[in-house]
Each structure stands twice: as C-alpha cells, then as structure tokens.
Design a protein around this ligand. Structure first.
Ligand code: PRP
Ligand code: URA
Length: 207
C-alpha cells in the first residue's frame, strides 16, 4: 500500500503552468505530456530488466531490455493526454482504454468504453488520469484492469486529494499511487482546489 508525491523542480514549474487559467490548450497538453514523462522516468526504477547479449559496431557486449510487456490504461478522456509522452519514453508500451465520465450530481463514474490488450495479465500496467478527486473513476478503472487479469498495477495522476487517495488505498491496497501534487480540498462540485479545472475540457478545448 503506497502513495508517493513525486517532487522535482521541473514538475513543480510545469504543473504551475498547467494550473494557470490563462494557459491555452496546446501548452496545457505539452506540459501534461512532459510531466507524465518525468514521473514515469522515476516510477520505472523498479521495472524488471533482462540482461541480453548484443553486438556493438566494436565488440560483443551485455545490454539490458525491459523484461515485461508494458500496458498503459488511460481513463478517457483526460488520461489520453498522458499517453503520448509516456509512449515516447517506452515505445513498446501498448494501450488499453477505459472510458468513464462522472455523473455530475452523484459524482459516480459511468462506464461507456473498455478495450483490453491481449497480454495484460503478465504486464506492468499503469492506469493514468491527471485528476484523482473522489477516486471513483480511478478505483473503477483499476477494478476493470483486474477483471481483465492485470496483477501488477500502478496508478499515476498529476493532482490528487486525500479523499481519492484513501479510496484507492482502501479498494485496491495492492496498487501503488503516484501524483505530482496532493492538493488540500475537494469542493462541493467535486473539483480539486486549487486544482487545474476540468482536465478533459482543457486538453480537448471543449469549453
Ligand atoms: C475527470 C477526470 C477523472 C475524474 C476524476 O473525468 O479526468 O477521470 O474526473 O474524478 P473522480 O476521482 O471524482 O472520479 P470526467 O468525468 O470529467 O470526464 P472527462 O475526462 O471525459 O472530462
Ligand atoms: N475532474 C477534473 O477534471 N477536475 C477536477 O478538479 C476533478 C475532477
């Protein structure tokens, strides 16, 4: 059971840009992808490696390769904004999708899409969504991944509140949670404060 805030000056600077109301969609998306990359760089310290024999132009040598398939599960919509950056770092990663939206009154997640990858049970699985608010969406996405057979699961977000963290720790104590920030408040509308607004709308320019 773990929750880690990944602290780094570059992440803090980029997250502050994302929080600003005047930041346009293009900059918002770029910073989201860059922070996702920086976080995954840290998180992948425990990824299993296999030693392999290679031939350089000069000599035969030992090298290393990631020893497990990697599967990203973005929670549509906002999680999609994190995948491009992560796939640039881990080009062999595959993507399964879970589509959820929150009912505006109950804040409960409603599922409208799910598509798995074939090798998920033996994969290093990362569920991604920039926002961890009540935790309903993340917990549901993780349950879907487990129903598909996923065993080694991490959840990565940018902005979390304690309520959402507690929900995942309670529902899925085996899942490691990583965030770039722990914000203080969830308001009555279910928005994180100070947060960064509606992440999906800011990524896709829908408002
Ligand atoms: C947002 C966000 C998360 C969810 C977090 O999605 O991207 O998926 O809310 O809230 P929760 O922790 O209380 O469940 P939203 O429902 O707004 O859908 P969207 O990404 O399509 O905009
Ligand atoms: N979803 C968002 O996009 N933003 C919030 O602050 C909370 C949930």
């Amino acid at each position: 059971m773990s929750f880690t805030v990944i602290k780094h000056p570059l992440i803090l600077d980029k997250l502050t840009r994302m929080r600003k109301i005047e930041t346009a969609s293009k900059d918002f998306r770029e910073n989201l992808n860059e922070i996702s990359q920086l976080m995954v760089y840290e998180i992948f310290r425990d990824v299993p490696l296999q030693e392999i024999d290679i031939k350089t132009p000069v000599i035969e040598a030992k090298g290393y390769t990631i020893d497990m398939p990697v599967v990203l599960i973005p929670i549509i919509r906002a999680g999609l904004g994190m995948t491009e950056g992560i796939q640039r770092l881990v080009p062999t990663s595959r993507i399964a999708h879970v589509g959820l939206y929150r009912n505006e009154e109950t804040l409960e997640p409603v599922q409208y899409f799910a598509k798995k990858t074939s090798d998920i049970e033996k994969s290093y699985v990362i569920v991604v969504d920039p926002m961890l608010a009540t935790g309903g969406s993340a917990s549901k996405a993780i349950s879907i991944a487990k129903n598909w057979g996923a065993k080694q699961i991490k959840f990565v977000c940018l902005v979390a509140v304690q309520k959402g963290v507690d929900k995942i720790l309670n529902d899925h104590p085996d899942v490691e949670i990583y965030s770039a920030s722990l914000d203080p408040i969830l308001n009555e509308q279910g928005y994180i404060v100070p947060g960064l607004g509606d992440a999906g709308d800011r990524i896709f320019g829908t408002k």
